[in-house]
Design a protein around this ligand. Structure first.
Ligand code: NAI
Ligand code: MG
Length: 540
């Protein structure tokens, strides 16, 4: 139940008992992290965000929830600071992110503890988030300037019309982040926005505010002026409308349902938005795939962060000739997985993040079972490990009337299906409203790539998991169809936070009849000019 608390007396641990915290953390440290949040000092009474540790279900701490007035105030401060920030040379801004890269790596142990504490994932999955923040910082620090650089395309009249294209920042960007990748989602979309010269206001997920605050605290330590980045922990429906009412652009990652709501609200103000939404991501195992490598890959693809990953695999199509061997080995390897709570490196799958996630996963699997699906392995919660644990689960015999045939489960549950031809595999993989990510396994790279190109997905990984495309931060990442709008990473991931401005300058002669020339004669000259230009490769 939400309780109220004041800003000053915000942090308290559950039931008077100190929570079990990993080695690098203490109640004192959490209190300190809360200072990285932007709150309006005058708001006295506010709701509390209760942060629970998924490993145990125990309350870790509660901190004050942001109010819409906090969002308004954050935007006022951000707007006041943004122009001076945008006027600084790119290199100067980039230096802060080069330093951030180093600080994040240096202090990664504390980040891993926080991510694990708030999300219940394994240490290795948490580590991938730290790596991702470093990759995104490095890429945009060194390559963002090229994407934003002034360009000089050909003008209307060759040599007489000179053109420059500029990319000024949009102003202040709003970001709404989910809980499944609490570090990477809270900060990596803000990095290119800031580097492009914007200020940013982030609303991290309700469940994982401390990790987001850690990311902000460290960016301030790296030299980012405080007013350029505001973290406002709080409830989505409460803060969302004021974010959209103030922002010049909004980036959202989360469910397709809320994504569409955001797009509708953004359209009312005609602001741009980018959306990274759900997936029902397919993996295609061709008849010449390496059995051992593809099974190991499938395990990482399906069970990373207990399947709570927008790009995780929930459907596997296996060539009929490999089907039985694949399923048998998959089951054997899954049964050997170390599923446990804990902050050590040896755990292979952790907990689901919340009771809501456990309920959804359980509902999907029970629905499938009741309609005739076969459970190859798993298919049940693991309450002896922790309140939200669910076993890694493989189902066969999944049919269209089962919810999880088409809907994203967002848990450690995968359906496997046999196929006969590559064409059939492509058709099955594409038979979904989503189009975020996919994988293809084959020992024939050319064949795998030609299958990959036919998949209606924003990223496709050949002979590797989602990490290959996601970690290639110089390349765009995002969804076809219902999986989203716009891209993160690569040049597109920074250009989306800018406007495109064309400055065209005319020299010597006007684009109009001169010296008493008749309009018809001028039109004739233009006609001739157009015909000539098409024939001149350098000028068309
Ligand atoms: P969600 O879409 O409700 O939450 C994501 C973010 O949006 C959070 O920060 C939340 O506070 C915010 N939000 C929620 N309602 C809002 C509103 N009306 N206006 C503005 N912001 C709002 O996702 P939720 O409920 O946490 O998870 C439900 C399902 O969504 C998951 O089971 C999964 O299927 C999907 N999901 C997909 C993610 C992805 O990476 N593609 C990430 C998180 C969830
Ligand atoms: Mg929701």
């Amino acid at each position: 139940m939400p309780t109220t608390s004041s800003v000053l007396d915000a942090l308290h641990t559950g039931n008077g008992q100190p929570p079990t915290l990993p080695p690098t953390l203490s109640a004192e440290r959490l209190r300190e992290l809360a200072k990285a949040a932007t709150y309006l000092e005058t708001t006295q009474e506010r709701a509390s965000l209760v942060v629970k540790a998924p490993f145990s279900g125990e309350t870790v701490a509660s901190l004050p929830a942001g109010a819409p007035e906090d969002v308004d105030e954050a935007f006022r401060r951000a707007r006041a600071a943004q122009k001076a920030w945008a006027a600084r040379p790119y290199r100067e801004r980039a230096r802060i992110f080069e330093c951030y890269h180093d600080l994040v790596l240096e202090r990664h142990e504390e980040a891993l503890d926080l991510i694990q504490l708030e999300s219940g994932k394994t240490r290795y999955d948490a580590f991938l988030e730290v790596g991702d923040v470093a990759l995104v910082s490095r890429y945009y620090a060194y390559h963002g300037a090229a994407a934003l650089a002034k360009k000089h395309p050909l003008g209307f009249v060759p040599f007489l019309t000179s053109v420059e294209v500029n990319h000024p920042p949009v102003g202040v960007v709003g970001i709404i982040a989910p809980w499944n990748y609490p570090l990477t989602m809270a900060i990596t979309d803000a990095i290119p926005a800031l580097l492009a010269g914007n200020a940013v206001v982030v609303k991290p997920a309700e469940q994982t505010p401390f990790t987001a605050l850690w990311a902000a605290e460290l960016l301030y330590a790296a030299g980012l002026p405080r007013d350029l980045l505001h973290m406002i922990p709080g409830d989505g429906p409460t803060l969302g409308p004021s974010l959209i009412a103030n922002a010049d652009f909004l980036h959202f990652t989360g469910s397709t349902e809320v994504g569409k709501l955001i797009a509708r609200q953004a359209s009312e103000r005609l602001i741009g938005c980018s959306l990274e939404l759900g997936g029902k991501n397919p993996l295609v195992v061709l008849d010449d795939a390496d059995l051992h490598k593809s099974v190991d890959g499938a395990i990482r693809d399906c069970f990373a962060s207990a399947g709570q990953l927008c790009v995780s695999i929930e459907r596997i199509y296996i060539h009929a000739s490999l089907f039985d061997a694949f399923v048998q080995r998959f089951k054997y390897k899954i049964e050997a997985m170390n599923v446990a709570p804990g902050f050590g490196w040896d755990v292979e799958m952790g907990s689901l993040a919340s009771a809501e996630q456990l309920d959804k996963v359980t509902e999907h699997v029970e629905d499938a079972k009741s309609k005739g699906a076969n459970v190859i392995v798993g298919g049940h919660p693991l309450p002896h490990l922790g309140p939200f644990f669910y076993a890694p689960t493989v189902l066969t015999g999944v049919t269209p009337e089962m919810t999880l045939y088409t809907e994203e489960t967002f848990g450690p549950v995968v359906s496997v299906y046999p196929f006969a031809t590559d064409d059939e595999a492509v058709e099955l993989a594409n038979s979904t409203a989503y189009g975020l990510s996919a994988g293809v396994w084959s020992t024939n790279i050319a064949r795998a790539r030609s299958v990959a190109r036919l998949l209606e997905c924003g990223t496709v990984n050949v002979n590797e998991t989602y990490v290959a495309a996601w970690g290639s931060t110089a390349a765009p990442m995002g969804g076809f169809k219902q999986s989203g709008l716009g891209r993160r990473h690569g040049p597109a991931g920074i250009l989306k936070y800018t406007e495109a401005q064309t400055v065209a300058t005319q020299h010597l002669l006007p684009i109009a009849p001169i010296a008493g020339m008749a309009a018809e004669a001028f039109a004739g000259a233009v006609l001739t000019g157009l015909k000539i230009l098409k024939r001149l490769p350098g000028l068309r």
